[in-house]
Design a protein around this ligand. Sequence first.
Ligand SMILES: [Zn+2]
Length: 476
Amino acid sequence: MRSRTRMLAVAVGVSTALLAGACSSSDSAAPVTVTSNVTVAPTNAAPSEDANGRPVQSSSASGGSATSGSADGAGSSTAGSSSGTGTSGTSTAPSSATGPTTATSSSAGPAGTGSFDHPKDGVALPDGFVPTKLKAGEKPPQFIVVSFDGVGWDEKWQYWFDMAKKVPFRFTGFLSGTYMLTEATKDHYQGPGHQPGASDINWNLPADLPVEINDLNHSLDIGNEVGTHFNGHFCGAGGGDSWTAADWNTELDQFFALIKNYKANNPTQQLPTLKVTKNDIRGERTPCLEGHIEDLFPALAQHNMIYDSSFTRRGISWPTQSPTNKIWQIGMAEYPMHGTITGNTDLDPSQRTQHVQITMDYNFYYSQEKAGVDGLPSKEQSQKDMDQVVATYNDMYNDTFNGNRAPLILGNHFNQWNNNAYSDAIGKFVQETCGKADTECVPFRDLIAWMEVQDPARLAQLQAQAPELGKTTGGS
Ligand SMILES: [Zn+2]
């Protein structure tokens, strides 16, 4: 078992990460700092959760229910219990699972083949999405791309599977490869510059490993995308910011080995067959958003990957492709939070209103509640924080829907930080927004396919538009 101290170290690593690379890990007890109006350098995190936002005990907690769920029903369980979705349809049988946007039942097949590579105007992709070339004068649909890092938590999988039964919603899960190993088999992984069996996040529990495989399979079956969050979640010293192209290549080689060799690596377990193959993995988000483009992108290209979602940008703007490696750069936005922060009184009052930050769960948590360093906020405060995040998502949506129509790139972890405020916030936004007119909630690969069928001149026009910056007249 890893110690609590180790977990804390991990969490700090995560926090530094979400800072668009502006952080150092040496700022042990520094208060919130703001650089260029963007919150940077969180200094602490909820000690009860690992770097991917999973409760440290979740393994054992879910392990109990997981054991009963072997074959096909991986998570028959308690889906949605965290927010009372009221849907009891927790079956994970593929046949019952077609969400509203899964147009083709054949999508249950090899969804990740190269079929996404050469999209054609008006021709459905394997997941059912139909990329369509804009006609003259026609506005692009409003894309909303929701993604989660880590994705090693059955209860959260079930929550999002249920959501897809209510609204047309599909998403991308960036898998941490270490969830394909357990404490007993961890030596099959060795991160660049680290010892075999070292990781900054948990290994899976033996009982949870088959559940995770079934969740990943089901997710593919209903038209979601699987990408990679790499493996050991190393941040700060020894993390992605210090890695060379060779290091990233090694890390990716290992990720692909982990999703291929999971049976041989875990020989004492009876495991279902994982449907996710290397052909499915077309993009990534780095742990803590670390890394340098000049090192990371060549490694992506070598692994036949086509997009990155690690590097953030001020405002909401259309993705572009890197000139050399042709990697689609689809990072999250730095954008002003709606209204005024009420929880974090350490934040300078001039910075509490319309506070600009990376629009990711942990960053919200850091800005609003110093990432829990003072303990868990009251339920009432967490509710206020959640409302503020939903209002921020709505600001972003309205801004771009009525403006440049650039895709909203929303990233969360599977987590329950701040009394589950951030899971609830993105769930509420998805439920209220996906299904609106001219709005498409799809994974990254569908957005990319759509961009690739456009007339290049029209796409260039979209990309040339100014970013939507939001209201920044307040404290930013
Ligand atoms: Zn992460």
